[in-house]
Design a protein around this ligand. Structure first.
Ligand SMILES: [Zn+2]
Ligand SMILES: [Zn+2]
Length: 263
């Protein structure tokens, strides 16, 4: 047993591990991010089809025109659904509390996806940073946590390349306002700008919504001399909220069935 495993289990005894989606307590020796039920839902969600190209999300090559202008590829794992989604629960929990098991799980999933789609030779991994205010409030930058672990798993170089200026929150803005706001929000860190020239850069963010942030950050990387930008996100939103593909039994119903075992 590795030292990390001993450490994890010791920590679990003090803070019992919980499922990142249904919040059920997991066995004390668990090092998983999800309970078996949520894990199987997650696997089903990954099999949904992209509403635009009808490929599974891991094979989808769709990207908003604004992102296409600056990025060679945009890769994501699953659709970001509004309800009954394990993917959504994971993305939200990752933002709201530091959870090493969850970041490790997301990193492993992202590493598998990225290595299946992209030649990783000489790739530099970076991320879209959270605002300093949010990072202080929640004590974590979720995109940094997941992408740093992913880069380590893949043996790729990892660097923070952006700063995040104080600005309005993207989620409260319209699509048009988002583009202008993103332009005012991000910039390249001067001290690391020399690392970008001639490099293929993987830019990670947890969710792609309008693509405004990815587009602005990718264009900044290209302007700083990146030879290629690969946008990687855990999830992507679509205007249509009805996923194509296998229908998923509603999670809440399953949870009720499980509860009834005890009553
Ligand atoms: Zn669960
Ligand atoms: Zn697609």
């Amino acid at each position: 047993m590795s030292m990390t495993k001993y450490f994890d289990i010791a920590l679990n005894l003090v803070f019992p591990p919980i499922c990142s989606s249904c919040k059920e307590t997991l066995p004390f020796d668990s090092r998983e991010a999800l309970c078996p039920v949520c894990r199987s839902h997650y696997e089903s969600e990954k099999k949904f089809l992209c509403p635009e190209c009808s490929f599974t999300h891991k094979d989808c090559t769709c990207m908003p025109p604004s992102v296409k202008r600056h990025a060679a590829t945009a890769i994501h794992l699953a659709e970001y659904l509004k309800e009954d989604s394990v993917v959504r629960d994971m993305v939200l929990l990752a933002k709201n509390e530091r959870n090493a098991y969850l970041y490790r799980f997301m990193a492993k999933e992202l590493a598998n996806l990225l290595s299946s789609r992209v030649d990783l030779e000489g790739v530099l991994v970076t991320f879209v940073p959270r605002s300093a205010v949010k990072e202080a409030k929640f004590g974590v930058d979720q995109a940094k946590e997941a992408s740093r672990r992913m880069a380590k798993m893949l043996g790729c170089e990892f660097q923070a390349l952006f700063y995040h200026r104080k600005s309005k929150e993207q989620k409260h803005l319209s699509v048009f306002e988002r583009a202008a706001n993103a332009k005012n929000t991000y910039g390249i860190l001067k001290k690391n700008s020399h690392l970008i020239r001639g490099r293929r850069v993987v830019l990670y963010d947890d969710v792609m919504t309008s693509g405004a942030t990815a587009s602005v950050c990718a264009s900044l990387l290209k302007r700083a001399g990146a030879s290629e930008v690969i946008v990687l996100t855990f999830a992507k939103t679509y205007t249509s909220q009805k996923p194509k593909g296998a229908s998923l039994p509603r999670k809440k119903q399953i949870y009720k069935v499980k509860k009834s075992w005890f009553w």
